[in-house]
Design a protein around this ligand. Structure first.
Ligand code: SF4
Ligand code: SF4
Length: 352
């Protein structure tokens, strides 16, 4: 059994924003009880795992208040070796205060914030329909003051005309350690979206490659370049075993899903947090094996198969309704793999 586990704990569906592309429909919906939190903390406790990462997620996870996270730290430390534990927080950033930032710094949380560049306010609006970018930037300021290192995540969208140069500059100026870009996916996207995204990501990649002053790690570019150097995969998007139980997502009620992006709607629920990790993983493995065979058929002849493995399963799922479909952004990622392979070969050649 894999000795690493990432638990994506969706602690609440409540949120103070109403983003136009949010997949949640019940923003006043359930929050995790302290009993369920204890069960989340106990997942894998009997297995003596080498690394257990809790990714606190939502809705907006900071809507739970700091006392919830004080309880989470106590519960997880009582179930796992402190040296094996990592805590991540994925937040919209608007509820970060100086007190929250100090708490995150003191407890060594890795923080990810969602911010969509210059067009942020057109889609990430508050309950009272106001833009939220000023509140996110204020939160980022508090993180900087407290010395918290953070990454930012931007969702690129169809029919949302952005000036890529302004977007690139905006994201770099936030002072984040990493910038990750992801395409919006799902049935609401027009058929032309994969090719629009392909143009956007190729343009961003060229900007990043030619920007010798950029200290920010852009994703997925850095992960892909690393995979050419190490032969392995980092992150979950291009990992062969992503559905195999290394990542599990728990919703506020304690229902367990294969990953944080595969929750709700028609996504398969694989069990309950009250169950044993080995049992949950054995169910997850069935989905992994089925996908692995199907992706070998679709992608086996691709030059980048062993680095990509058909891409993110959730991107294919929300178009096809099944977990056996490669990502609809195949052409875009094929371009990125090809360009970064050439760049890493050139660097290798220079060092030889
Ligand atoms: S911040 Fe996240 S949970 Fe809240 S509305 Fe936006 S996408 Fe949904
Ligand atoms: S680039 Fe496309 S064809 Fe190649 S492995 Fe990835 S999804 Fe499959």
């Amino acid at each position: 059994m894999c000795n690493r586990l990432m638990i994506i704990a969706k602690v609440t569906h409540r949120c103070n924003l109403r983003c136009s592309y949010c997949y949640l429909r019940d923003h006043d919906g359930p929050s995790m009880s302290l009993d369920t939190l204890d069960q989340v903390a106990q997942l894998g406790a009997a297995q003596a795992l080498h690394r257990v990462t809790f990714l606190w997620h939502g809705g907006e996870p900071l809507a739970m208040g700091l006392d919830f996270y004080r309880a989470a730290l106590l519960a997880t430390r009582s179930c796992h070796q402190p040296s094996s534990l990592r805590h991540y927080l994925q937040t919209n950033g608007t509820l970060i205060t100086p007190e929250v930032a100090s708490f995150l710094a003191d407890n060594h949380f890795k923080v990810g914030l969602s911010i969509d560049g210059p067009m942020h306010d057109s889609c990430r609006r508050t309950v009272s329909n106001e833009g939220s970018v000023a509140a996110v930037k204020r939160g980022i300021g508090y993180l900087h003051d407290a010395g918290v290192r953070f990454g930012v995540l931007a969702v690129l969208q169809p029919n949302n005309p952005i000036d890529i140069q302004s977007f690139y500059t905006f994201m770099n100026d936030l002072g984040a350690q990493t910038v990750k870009v992801q395409p919006l996916y799902g049935l609401r996207c027009p058929p032309s979206w994969p090719s629009q995204f392909r143009d956007m990501i190729n343009t961003l990649l060229e900007m990043w490659i030619h920007d010798s002053t950029c200290a920010t790690e852009w994703e997925p570019f850095v992960s892909i370049a690393k995979s050419f150097v190490t032969g392995g995969n980092t992150g979950c998007m291009f990992r062969r075993t992503c559905l195999g139980g290394e990542f599990l997502s728990v919703d506020p009620r304690g229902d367990v899903y294969l990953c944080g992006r595969l929750e709700g709607g028609s996504a398969p629920q694989i069990g309950s947090v009250a169950e044993n990790l080995a049992v949950l993983r054995s169910r997850a493995l069935c989905y992994h094996r089925e996908r692995d065979c199907a992706i070998a058929d679709q992608c086996g002849a691709c030059r980048y198969y062993r680095y990509c493995f058909g891409g993110c399963a959730a991107e294919g799922f929300f178009l096809s309704g099944g977990l056996t479909q490669k990502t609809p952004f195949c052409d875009a990622y094929h371009d990125v793999f090809s360009r970064l392979e050439a760049v890493t070969e050139e660097i290798r050649g220079r060092m030889a």
